[in-house]
Design a protein around this ligand. Sequence first.
Ligand code: AMP
Ligand code: GLY
Length: 426
Amino acid sequence: MRILVVGGGGREHSLCWAIAASPLCAKLYCAPGNAGITQVAECIDVAAEDIAGQVTLAQRLKADFVVVGPEVPLAMGLADRLAEAGIKVFGPSQKAAQLESSKGFTKDLCQRHNIPTSAYRRFTDAGEAEAYIKAQGAPIVIKADGLAAGKGVVVAETIEQAIAAARDMLSGNRFGAAGASIVVEEFLVGEEASFFALTDGEHALALVGAQDHKRVFDGDQGPNTGGMGAYSPAPVFDATMQQRTMDEIILPTVRAMAGAGTPFKGVLYAGLMITAQGPKIFEYNCRFGDPECQVLMMRLKSDILPALIAAADGGLKHFDLRWSNDTALTVVMAAKGYPDAYQKGSEIRGLAAAATVEGVQIFHAGTKFGEGGRVLANGGRVLNVTAMAPNVEQARERAYRAVDLIDWPDGFCRRDIAWRAVGRQR
Ligand code: AMP
Ligand code: GLY
């Protein structure tokens, strides 16, 4: 098969790395890709959000199958446009992608179908939101309805903070149309986990869970980011939690979406709080997590490609995947200043030496080639230094050994990835 992967981050590098290993893959392309992805795929400079450009590219490459990595092109209808052009695609339709592109849509769906989530109300009027926030008290969570690159959520410690966040979003200054409608929801207490399931619109196949690290600094301090590191398996998400999540959250969602005439095909990413009452969903995403995908691809022993095709074709009912029991852990190296302003273009050295550490794979998240084949930083999150080992302590030791071999003065990383799992009683 001739395959095109859409995107150019660490998630797409790990997907390309896994797909390139499939005997079914004859030729692999990635658009736009990055410097690291060129090791496993031919990269073509078409932006992920250029919907018409991606469809034309898939046609020109005679792609048999397109795998869409990021949420923005899915929310813009890339899967619909590819299907109309007769090209098989992994990723949900624009309507199904509303599970990520509208937080209010997802909350309403959960409420209608008794899917465990926090109490909430939707608002377009700041005065009404303020009255509700005052009645509920703090802490309380304020969310822009639409896509906001992970920045549209404010966990407010005080009523004043919550009101300010609601007013800021509804004013349209901060997130434009994405904030024209907001969700105000109950603060959930517990430990977070990310869980993934493939679905073909009718059936769901559980993948595995992982734990992300959203805050930029050690000890979960500082602003939220796209994710500074992840590991899998996460002890908090054991077999019982996974079964409950499938039965109470994933399967009712798949049935609800099919029942509404908008079946979800692709990967459902459930952002979960493991509370005293069990798993509760605080958000859905319509794509793999980044950097969670990187650790999932490391643990996956089976060929991923037939599973992605089965999700597109409707053949997941009798599908099975095998996973390593080892732990995979990824450390995100970011440009200094991220998630706020940062510089691009600094040189990264030592990648070859770092890649020789046992069990290590380095996925590129935001890099490009400079003169003479030098690797340059080209984004906020730049590298995902990923390691596998029989336990989390060893995986962490290997990952940081590789990090320390990378010579990039303009970069930084968290030093405490998997702190909740290291040394935990099992
Ligand atoms: P999101 O951008 O939707 O991933 O949310 C960012 C972060 O906000 C999540 O990773 C959670 O830590 C936190 N969060 C979102 N919703 C809630 C909630 N209802 N209760 C507590 N924390 C939440
Ligand atoms: N790692 C969080 C996300 O992909 O949204």
